[in-house]
Design a protein around this ligand. Structure first.
Ligand SMILES: N[C@@H](CCC(=O)N[C@@H](CS)C(=O)NCC(=O)O)C(=O)O
Length: 214
C-alpha cells in the first residue's frame, strides 16, 4: 500500500477544488488524467473506484474518497500538520463543518438552478437551499468581516466554498457582489492556489496533446 495519493481528475472539472486542496496540504500525489471526450471516466476500471463515473476521486492508503467536499475534509484530517481543519475538541470545528456542508448542499444546487432553472418549480420550503437570494445573503454573512470563514484562520472550508465562488462568479451562477470578489481575490493570492492554477494549465495542455496524438 502506497502513501502517495492517486488523484483522478480532469482540469476543467470540480477536480480543481481538490487540486488546490492537495497543493495546500503539500502531501505527495500523482495525477490520473481522465479525458471526458473519450469517456475515460465511464470505463470499468474507473467505475470500480467511483460507480458515479465522476471526478474528482482520490485513493489514499487503499481507500477511495469521492465528493469534493469529503475529499477536502479527509485531506485536512489526514494531514493535520497543514492545520486546515480545527480539531474535534475546538468549537470552531462546528463553524468549519457548517460552511463546508452549506457550500456542498446549498451553494452548489442553488448555482446550478440559477443557470439551468428547473422546468417545475420546487417550493422553497421543500428545497434544501430555500431560495437563491437567501443563499447569496448567507454567503455574504459568512465571509464578512473575514478575511476567512473562520475569521483569521484559513481552512479547508475556504478551499471548498472559495472554489464554488471562483467558479460561480465566472459562469455567473453566483451574483457579483464586492464582498465575494474581495474574498476570492484574497484566496487567489495564496501560493498553493497559484501553483494549482499553473499546474492546471499544464494538465489542460497535456490532455489536449494526448487527444491529438490518439
Ligand atoms: N458530487 C460530486 C460531483 C462531481 C461531478 O459532477 N463531476 C463532474 C465534473 S465537474 C463530472 O465528473 N462529470 C462527468 C460526467 O458526469 O460525465 C462532487 O461534488 O465531487
Amino acid at each position: 500500500m502506497t502513501d502517495i495519493i492517486s488523484f483522478y481528475t480532469n482540469p476543467l472539472s470540480r477536480g480543481r477544488i481538490v487540486h488546490w486542496m492537495l497543493e495546500e496540504v503539500g502531501a505527495p500525489y500523482k495525477v490520473e488524467l481522465l479525458d471526458f471526450e473519450k469517456g475515460e471516466h465511464k470505463q470499468p476500471s474507473y467505475l470500480q473506484l467511483n460507480p458515479m463515473g465522476k471526478v474528482p476521486a482520490i485513493v489514499h492508503r487503499g481507500v477511495v474518497v469521492t465528493e469534493g467536499a469529503a475529499i477536502c475534509c479527509y485531506l485536512a484530517d489526514a494531514f493535520p500538520v497543514s492545520k486546515l481543519a480545527p480539531l474535534p475538541s475546538e468549537p470552531a470545528r462546528g463553524t468549519y463543518f457548517r460552511w463546508l456542508f452549506f457550500a456542498a448542499g446549498c451553494i452548489e444546487p442553488a448555482g446550478i438552478d440559477k443557470t439551468s432553472p428547473r422546468a417545475n418549480e420546487v417550493r422553497p420550503s421543500a428545497l434544501g437551499y430555500g431560495s437563491y437570494d437567501d443563499v447569496m445573503n448567507t454567503i455574504e454573512k459568512a465571509v464578512t468581516p473575514g478575511p476567512y470563514l473562520l475569521g483569521d484562520r484559513f481552512s479547508a472550508a475556504d478551499v471548498y466554498l472559495g472554489s464554488q465562488l471562483v467558479w460561480g462568479l465566472m459562469v455567473k451562477s453566483i451574483e457579483a457582489r464586492p464582498v465575494f470578489s474581495e474574498y476570492v481575490q484574497r484566496l487567489s493570492k495564496r501560493p498553493a492556489y497559484q501553483r494549482f492554477m499553473e499546474q492546471s494549465k499544464e494538465l489542460e495542455k497535456a490532455l489536449k496533446s494526448r487527444a491529438e496524438k490518439a
